[in-house]
Design a binder for this molecule. Structure first.
Ligand SMILES: Cc1cc2nc3c(=O)[nH]c(=O)nc-3n(C[C@H](O)[C@H](O)[C@H](O)COP(=O)(O)O)c2cc1C
Length: 375
């Protein structure tokens, strides 16, 4: 029977192993999941944002994936409080964030983001910019106020991602993550529900992946060969939790293979509950399938450490499926390589240090109040 002591020593041993993503060695297996916070007025991450990330790096998070940050295209976003990854002041703010995380012993990549048809027209920072997407459709299938992207739009957005990646390397970041998940622009291309194009960017899964693969290739070409490029994707969408990009491993492979070929070094497979099998007939989750199909390092995510079940499992209570031993078993089998933690790390900056040291009794249950501050 698993005891608290054996879980503690396994957690320390398995999660403390370094991992290599292209030229980057991450000191352990714990990543901070990207979380939009809207604490950056004018798109500039300030001192509070810097210390928020540095605190988590100092407390043992091996890799910080920043909140989604807009690439330099007027249509990329719709909040003046979401940090931007373009503009002198904004990039200077980000460089200070990267320095602080490094000083605390961590590594950090920005998550590069374009929201596509999620945008409501008339919103800052560039109120006049239209919402754009593959076919001018929102996730719910309605047209909203946007339009289908022209070839010029596609080229501009691909260029904006490539420029942001180069800016990340110049600013001292350790790599980049491309946001291809959750129903935002890149995912709107991947998903047949929003991509009705009849040109080279629409149709079968490989064609729907073309835009994402062109972004990955342009990013790859604009940074050093050993600079890691991570691609985050999901089956689920905001406002469509049951949506799926791939019903079978073959369909998933059709999406992932062109991305790997374009130069993606690692995948971040976003699920809402990491313990759920992705396809019938196997226990593998989405990250597990991704690693099996591509051979690339993968990051899993989804309700790790979130509720009483995770903490209770340490204490011999709660659901073992959602407990740490399930996670550690899967990591030991090399189903995936890293685990990203979102809300539990919002709640408790010390979460990683506590888990790595086996101080399970000090873990705090998540409370949505933590969304309101940058503590
Ligand atoms: C407040 C909040 C903001 C988020 N913002 C982003 C984001 O900018 N980019 C992204 O890819 N995912 C975002 N997510 C999803 C998280 O990265 C993560 O996948 C999700 O919270 C599940 O992990 P968890 O159960 O450990 O919280 C956000 C989640 C939360 C709670």
């Amino acid at each position: 029977m698993t005891t608290v002591a054996s879980s503690a020593s396994r957690a320390a041993e398995i999660l403390s192993r370094p991992i290599t993503l292209n030229g980057l060695t991450v000191p352990n297996r714990i990543a901070m999941a990207p979380m939009t916070r809207m604490f950056s007025p004018g798109g500039v991450p300030g001192e509070d944002v810097r210390s928020y990330y540095a605190r988590r790096a100092a407390a043992g998070v091996g890799l910080i994936v920043t909140e989604g940050t807009y690439v330099g295209h007027d249509s990329a976003g719709q909040s003046d409080r979401v940090p931007r990854f373009h503009g002198e002041e904004q990039l200077a703010g980000w460089a200070r964030v990267a320095d602080a995380v490094h000083a605390a012993g961590g590594t950090i990549v920005p998550q590069l983001w374009h929201i596509g048809m999620v945008r409501q027209q008339g919103q800052p920072p560039f109120a006049d910019a239209p919402a754009v997407g593959p076919s001018g459709l929102r996730i719910d299938g309605t047209e909203g106020s946007g339009r289908a992207m022209t070839q010029t739009d596609l080229d501009d957005v691909i260029g904006a991602f490539a420029e942001a990646a180069a800016a990340a390397e110049r600013a001292g970041f350790d790599g980049v993550e491309l946001h291809g998940a959750h129903g935002y622009l890149v995912d709107q291309f991947l998903w047949a529900g929003t991509n009705r194009r009849t040109d080279a960017y629409g149709g079968d899964p490989v064609s729907r992946t073309r835009f994402a693969a062109e972004i990955a290739a342009a990013v790859r070409a604009n940074v050093s060969a050993d600079f890691p490029v991570i691609f985050r994707f999901s089956q689920w969408k905001q406002e469509a939790y049951d949506a799926r990009l791939a019903e079978t491993p073959e369909q998933l492979e059709a999406i992932l293979a062109p991305l790997a070929a374009a130069g993606v070094d690692a995948f971040h497979a976003s699920t809402r509950r990491y313990w759920l099998p992705e396809f019938d007939g196997s226990d593998l989750n989405l990250a597990g399938w991704t690693k099996k199909l591509t051979g690339k390092p993968t990051i899993t995510v989804g309700s790790v450490g979130l509720d009483g079940d995770f903490i209770g499992a340490f204490m011999g209570q709660g659901s073992p499926v959602q407990g740490i031993d399930n996670l550690l078993d899967r990591m030991e089998r090399e189903e995936f390589d890293m685990v990203a933690v979102g809300r539990a790390l919002l709640q408790d900056p010390e979460w990683a240090a506590k888990v790595l040291a086996g101080r399970f009794d000090e873990l705090q249950p998540y409370d949505a109040v933590s969304l309101k501050s940058l503590s």
